[in-house]
Design a protein around this ligand. Sequence first.
Ligand SMILES: O=P(O)(O)OC[C@H]1O[C@H](OP(=O)(O)OP(=O)(O)O)[C@H](O)[C@@H]1O
Ligand SMILES: NC(=O)CC[C@H](N)C(=O)O
Length: 783
Amino acid sequence: MQQATHPRLHLRNAHDAHVVFEAVRQGFLRPIARRLDEREKATLIRSGAVFVWEESESASGLKRWTDGRLWSQSRMREPYLFYDEKLGGDPEPLPSPQPSFKTFRFVNGPSRGTAPSSAVSHQERSVSMHHGLVKQAYSVWVLPRPNALPRKWHIIAYFLHEDLPLIPTVDQDPCLRSIIVPAGLYRSGKRDGMEEDDALDSPPRPLAHRSRTDSMPRPTLPSIFSATEYVCGILGLLLHDSTIDAAPEICEGLSLLQHRGQDACGIVTCGPKGRFYQCKANGMVRDVFDHNSISKLIGGMGVGHTRYPTAGSFNNAEAQPFYVNSPYGIVFGHNGNLINTESLLQYMDATAHRHINTSSDSELLLNIFANNLQQTGKFRINEEDIFTALGGMMKQVKGAYACVAMLAGFGIMAFRDPNGIRPVGMAVRRSGSGNDYLFASESVVADAGGFSEWQDVKPGEAVIITRSRVTRRQVAPPATFAPDIFEYVYFARPDSVLDGISVYRSRMAMGDALAVQVKRVLAENNLTVDVVIPVPDTSRVAALNLAQKLQLPYREGFIKNRYVGRTFIMPGQEMRKKNVRRKLNAMALEFADKNVLIVDDSIVRGTTSKEIIQMAKDVGAKKVIVASCSPPIRYPNVYGIDMPSRRELVAYGRDTESIASTIGADLVIFQSLPDLIESVRQFNRDITTLDCSVFTGDYVTRGVDEEYFVHLESLREDNARGKTMGMVDVAPAKAVAAAQVNGVHSSAPRSNDVTLGSGGPLLNSRGSDDTVGLHNSFNTARS
Ligand SMILES: O=P(O)(O)OC[C@H]1O[C@H](OP(=O)(O)OP(=O)(O)O)[C@H](O)[C@@H]1O
Ligand SMILES: NC(=O)CC[C@H](N)C(=O)O
């Protein structure tokens, strides 16, 4: 049976209510979690009792307060509404219609503790002494945590007039009198003349929408909702208080990982009874999530993903996290790329008999893990079983994978392949009442969320976090630790620290080292440079250092349209080409009649260089010299960066001169590989190897040879992919392979051969993936 939040308390003013709310927030008092049943109504509704409840749309939550009694019209005695009980035992009336006017009066921060009692005032202003119960109601918007979405909290108190002088006040309660209410945390938004005790209808508006006299700070909503710009990003979050939803914070974190994947994103949370709630679809974080969809993601733990496809297709069915219901219910987000998918698919089909429903290597990886876990044959598993399953998986799978996963009702976990090619780390946010835990691809998410003690997950290590403990285990035998150097060159945010190395510092060092190279090559070619111009954004840091080192002017000659995303990770060559022009504009002022040195972090397909060199020449540059912070890229990246086909790489089969003439530059200067490695390694000598396969063709996992390249190129021919963007499936060769190993022999790949979960009738009008069995809030997002 539930209990009253407080058995006996006289609420005098708003401050008293805020103290009780704060005591609930800090865990000293318990809120009401569900509708009172008949027994509870009969025993708990009595003079002095106080109830705090959170308004919720969920089936298990409370939408409105019912106590089974009949009440008079409300009377406003600031800041409370009062209702006198109608004696006579009539049934409770239906809810009154919502009033149409919406003039809010805000109470700014804690009200005066010494203010007279509204309850006493109600008594004094009543025409005659009322002998029945009086109900007192007050509601607030609350931000349980910075950056969380506002919640509606309500407080209801009951008293008898004759009892009121005997009921203790907040300052007579030993626990409540020491509670300090943070300023601005609880905001009242009562409507004038409202009839219902739950009558709040929208969160506080931004300052501009409120009255000028209102000095209250605006709520800190996730920045993604303000429509600003922002390799796959993965994120897992477990809050110590399972009654607080993790989704708003995961969403905020994903917006900080947007640079790692712009094609699709998703969040799955785990709520009461171990149920999963999902919202995922193609699009950027700001497109897929809004208040509505987020509010339906219930539960204090969850995982999130931003996708940049490197295998499979762009189909929304491959948006992550992925889900399997057996065993136990697992949700999974993957950054990286597997290289032995063909044999794994065979194994799934012939041995494990598990159905792989998309062309995604991530779905495959999840099923390998699930199958191993299934083999434990346990009714209830523990950490040991998970470690065993992951250890087995790491033996079966080749390639790069940094993953977060969640087991229904159990906890979250993260693991990293034995070579640690892709990053993932963890951090903690300690508070008096417990610890919140975070997994994320990059440390920037931890910084922004107030987490500390960032630690990278080690190569071949798995970390499991439940509400009671954190368990770490090396599950794969030691292998060469080789984080991908391209994370430092291009992928990661400069304000992240990966494997103990500041991305920003490494880019500064790349600029310093490149300066030496530039000086030498310019001298050899008898050339001088007037100005250094970066290609925004990534190369800025290195270009500035290079200019300082060479004592040359640094100018932002290319102005970036901040609303166009990263072009390199866009799908399709045509789109990338078009977007370089949309994204960058050359300022004639900085180019005309000058020898310009354009600094870029990398030259991959040469799309950017070719376009911007032309742009520079169009606005009058005399000579255009391009310096690249990384060496020529001549080999595909098979570990989660989309550089699949050698033929697409501008440096493939070309020397430096030939590259220059292909992109139209007067001269191209590349960083040497030893200098690049040193730029990164100097900040953490414990890392002896960095994956530099795109420069050397030496793949740390092995298993990548000519045959594999040919296979890869046939699967992921860039032009074919670009052309089929927007169709249901765009990986024909692989699709056929997947269909065949699963026993479905189709003569030609059809658009929905391998996308049962989304391409068929289950595909909703907005293109989201209604994964069978999951509550998906995307399609309700804007309804
Ligand atoms: O030779 P390419 O195939 O064109 O690829 C290399 C370019 O792509 C990237 O820019 P992008 O616009 O993706 O990102 P950024 O603004 O974050 O630097 C990178 O910084 C290079 O400029
Ligand atoms: N960039 C990535 O890490 C991609 C993950 C996975 N291979 C996919 O294509 O969805």
